[in-house]
Structures are given as C-alpha cells and as structure tokens.
Design a protein around this ligand. Structure first.
Ligand code: GLU
Length: 317
C-alpha cells in the first residue's frame, strides 16, 4: 500500500475547518477515471498543537470509557487514526484527482476524530464491498463512508448516532425512457455488492404494489438470486456500474442519491422516486473503546451545530 505524508496545519483542536470542496463540474469530468480501489492511503497531520491535544484527547477518551481502552491507546501510541472513506462521493468523501486532497463531510468528521485523539489521520479509499473487511482485519480503525446503519449490520459492528440521512434513487440513460419505479418492472439494475441498494429497491417496488412480495424476506434477501419483477447485476465499484449503464449492460443504476450525483452526466436522469432513508453512522469494531469515543464526538458535533454547518458547507442540503 502506497503511503503519502502530507502535513497540514490545523487551526483548532477539532480540526473541522473546511477546505473548499472539489467543484462538481471538475469532478464529473473525472468521475469515470476515479478508482475506488483501496490502493492508496493519505496521512494528514492534525497535530499543530500536538502536545496539548494529546493531553486533552487522553482525558476525553478516559471520560468516555472510564479509562483509555487498549484499542484507543494503541491508536494514540501509533499517532495515526486510520479511516476508511469514499473517494468519489462529492460532499462526503472525495479525492481530488489532481491534488490527491480529500474533502467532504466525512473527511472533516475523520479529522475531528483524529483531533480529539491528538493523532494524525490517514485516509484509505474503500468501497461498499471492502469497507467491512478492512475494518475486521484491523487495516482501518473506523469507517466513515456513506455507511448506512441497519439492524443487521449492528449485529457485527458498532455505529454512532446518524450524522446524515440520505435516500436511495435510480439513475438511467434518458434514451431508455425509464422515468418511474413502475418502468423498472422486469429491468436489470446495477448495484454495488455489499450495499443496501437492491433490498431497498425491491422493498420500494413491493410497497408500491408493482411486484409481488411473495418470497421476500429482508433477513435473507440476496440480490444475486432475486428475480421477481426485477433483476440485479452486482459490481465491485460505482465507476464500473456507470460504464455498464452506458454500455446498456444494465437498464438502471441504483444507490444512495449522494453517490449517484457524480455519475449524473448529460443524457442521464434520476427516475421520479426517492425511497428508503439511509442513515449514515461511523462504524467501529463491536464493543471497542473507539466506539464510545466516536459516539461522544458525533453527539457533541450534532448538539453544537457543527454537523449542520458542515452539511451546509459541503452543499449537502
Ligand atoms: N449507503 C449504502 C450502504 O451502506 C449504499 C452503499 C454505499 O455506501 O456505497 O449500503
């Protein structure tokens, strides 16, 4: 894994100063070239006042967990918090292809978390398919990557209180003439493996009375085997789904609207439906000390209006 060290002076302890986001138009042009493979990591220093932030961080972690837990202490000793982020979701986690700089709400939350611990932050680009493996293996300490909180996922990982709610939508080529959920009956839809998207679409189509709910069990639903009224092709990353949509390999591309935004190029439109609220939380290993620290951070930043401001500043309203 190639690692690059970038030192950035952070003005405040929480490190929530915003760099301007990459412009949408520049990003759109680059969208297809952006790889979501976790092949690089970038470390950003959050330690302008390292000595003092470290003391505060240790106190803060202690306040949460009674005493600093082993896993949190290991991060402090390492001096780097390793965070899995998206690299092509404008406003959430976006890596400028020219400068390699990351920006977005989730990037700022990651920096704030590192600032709270008094350590640097290292970003690793993850996909819906890789983020949990990398968390389980310990390659990353937490996931801040448009990761939807679900009951099923909560059995395997801890999630903070949500910091943002998105919705699922569907992107199509205008030439297909698909404009509504109804038009998706019998379509083949591209989704990312490891995502909630296929299940969300099937639920929405069942609720709208468009397809039969017989045999639909949210607990055991598998996009690979579902064929009632709509079919799915699963891909490892979003650029590949976008290419498949252009090639007519799939009729539609379904995922959270925030993720679709970068792929909505000329000649493509969203269908007239947004469904299945997606609440994003920071995910950490189950029962880890870091879970308590992330929860404390998110609740504090929600309470003091920081998250609201970050949402506005990143154009996510
Ligand atoms: N947010 C959805 C999920 O967690 C869509 C996939 C993604 O985040 O890439 O499943």
């Amino acid at each position: 894994m190639r690692k690059k060290l970038v030192s950035t002076l952070m003005a405040g302890l929480m490190g929530v100063m915003l760099a301007a986001c990459g412009s949408a138009s520049a990003a759109e042009g680059a969208a297809e070239a952006v790889s979501t493979a976790p092949d690089s990591a970038e470390t950003v220093s959050t330690s302008a006042e390292e000595a003092s932030t470290e003391a505060v961080a240790t106190e803060s972690a202690s306040a949460t967990a009674g005493e600093t837990s082993e896993d949190v202490q290991a991060i402090i000793d390492r001096g780097v918090l390793r965070v899995g982020v998206k690299n092509a979701v404008i406003g959430f986690g976006y890596e400028d292809p020219l400068t390699g700089e990351y920006s977005g709400l989730e990037i700022e939350l990651a920096k704030a978390l590192a600032g709270k611990l008094g350590v640097d932050v290292e970003f690793t680009a993850v996909t819906a398919a890789t983020r949990t493996e990398l968390l389980d293996s310990g390659d990353i300490d937490c996931v801040l990557a448009t990761f939807t909180i679900t009951d099923e996922r909560k059995e395997s990982w801890d999630f903070t209180t949500p910091y943002y709610t998105d919705y699922v939508s569907v992107l199509v080529e205008d030439s297909k003439g698909i404009t509504t959920l109804e038009n998706l009956v019998d379509a083949t839809v591209g989704v990312s493996s490891g995502s909630t998207s296929a299940k969300s679409l099937v639920s929405a189509m069942i609720e709208a009375g468009l397809i039969s709910g017989d045999g639909f069990d949210p607990e055991t639903f598998d996009p690979a085997t579902w064929t009632t009224g709509v079919k799915f092709q699963q891909y490892d990353d979003y650029p590949t789904i976008s290419t498949a949509l252009s090639a007519g390999e799939v009729d539609a591309f379904c995922v959270d609207k925030s993720i679709l935004a970068i792929y909505k190029t000329e000649g493509r439109s969203y269908i007239d439906a947004e469904f299945s609220p997606q609440e994003y939380g920071i995910a950490t290993k189950k029962a880890s000390g870091l879970s308590a620290v992330t929860e404390e951070l998110v609740t504090a930043l929600l309470a003091d209006g920081t998250i609201d401001s970050l949402i506005k500043e990143n154009g996510l309203e």
